[in-house]
Design a protein around this ligand. Structure first.
Ligand code: ZN
Length: 369
């Protein structure tokens, strides 16, 4: 029963992601014209039609904090796949410079926060999803150009890809210098925007920490000391575990057995670092690299959740990383990722508490959108 407009009071066994202040004793919400207008007793006091979902729970729709809408088909179709999968918002991190930045619809899920092309180094380290620059001045100028074009954040490619032949090695381990990165962060903060960085390996993660970026994307091969610094400085981390697992599973037979074995080692190392990060209190964010090998848009979120659960992360961490924490990183904390007053009414009913069973979000019993 999609709810386009009008009013509906909903009662459930529990409200996931409504913990803390403002969490009502009674698990009920009033949805009106696409927003949550009342919670608890007040929601039931209204004259709106009542939908009793008990014993199901009510949960916010999940987000994907790392997609590439220009990979695997056209952005419009890929955004539709995200909506179909029930995503509330996505963050798009890099499209080819000659292609148009994907546009979302502010009234419909998923909300879209897009970087446009990333900024990257020149020469061998450049990427087709980035604008090549050299020197802090050029990076700052390119950042200003992107900001003027209305991007929702800035993305920088500080390293190349993982070397599948040598687990632990990264191509171009520090292609963008700390000074260049600092210049981008300065421009972004003047504009009130965040900076996401594609980087793996300790030197690149340390440069991210020193420059004060907001999120580390991928971040393979980190040690405990670096993770401790990330926890202390509040650097968010989107470890994109399913992306490497998909390569290791290799559904299209692209890799030989030795490479697949290396990929398994890389994934196991990442899983271990994620467990350490959870223990240290790093702000883990669920992003998928959707559009890359083996990761379809929309459904990638649930593949990433499965990977995190297999890695031994707590279900509550997985749920928070895909909802409230991701929303905060995207600057959408008042809109999505939580059941809260005035947030979007993009909710789903789940058979279990998704804080205990996050994959319940993959097969909701009901959706308001
Ligand atoms: Zn990516």
């Amino acid at each position: 029963m999609p709810l386009k407009a009008g009013r509906l009071a909903v009662i459930a066994a529990g409200l996931a992601g409504a913990a803390g202040e403002g969490s009502p004793e009674l698990a009920a919400v009033l949805l009106e014209d696409g927003r949550i207008k009342a919670m608890g007793e007040e929601a039931l006091a209204s004259t709106a039609p009542l939908l009793d979902l008990r014993p199901a729970w009510l949960a916010p729709a999940p987000l994907d904090a790392h997609t590439h809408l220009w990979l695997r088909g056209e952005p419009t179709a890929n955004l539709a796949a995200c909506r179909q999968a029930g995503l509330a918002a996505v963050r798009d991190l890099g499209n080819p410079p000659k292609r148009e930045r994907p546009q979302g619809d502010a009234a419909e899920p998923p909300l879209l926060v897009a970087s446009g092309p990333g900024l990257c180094a020149q020469g061998a380290a450049k990427t087709w999803l980035g604008l090549p620059c050299a020197g802090p001045g050029e990076f700052a100028q390119a950042a200003r150009g992107l900001i003027a074009s209305g991007v929702g954040l800035l993305k920088v490619f500080v390293t190349g890809l993982l070397d599948f032949n040598q687990p632990g090695q990264v191509e171009h381990p520090l292609a963008v210098s700390q000074e260049e990165l600092t210049a981008v962060v300065a421009e972004a903060s003047k504009a009130g925007l965040k900076v996401a960085v594609h980087a793996s390996g300790i030197p690149a993660a340390r440069a991210c920490l020193a420059a004060g970026v907001d999120s580390l994307e991928h971040g393979f091969f980190l040690d405990r000391e670096t993770l401790e610094l990330m926890a202390r400085k509040g650097l968010a981390w989107s470890p994109t575990l399913a992306a490497v697992e998909a390569h290791a599973a290799d559904p299209e037979g692209r890799h030989d057995a030795a490479i697949r074995r290396n990929l398994e080692l890389i994934a196991a190392g990442q899983a271990q670092a994620m467990r350490q990060a959870e223990e240290l209190g790093v702000n883990l964010i669920l992003g998928t690299d959707a559009g890359s090998y083996g990761l379809p848009h929309g459904q990638a979120v649930f593949l990433e959740m499965e990977a995190w659960l297999r890695a031994g992360l707590k279900p509550e961490t997985v749920f928070q990383a895909a909802t409230g924490r991701a929303a905060r990183l995207l600057g959408l904390e008042g809109e999505v990722g939580r059941i809260a007053l005035e947030a979007r009414a993009w909710l789903m009913a789940t058979a279990q508490d998704p804080g205990q069973e996050p994959l319940a979000l993959a097969k909701p019993l009901w959706r308001s959108f």
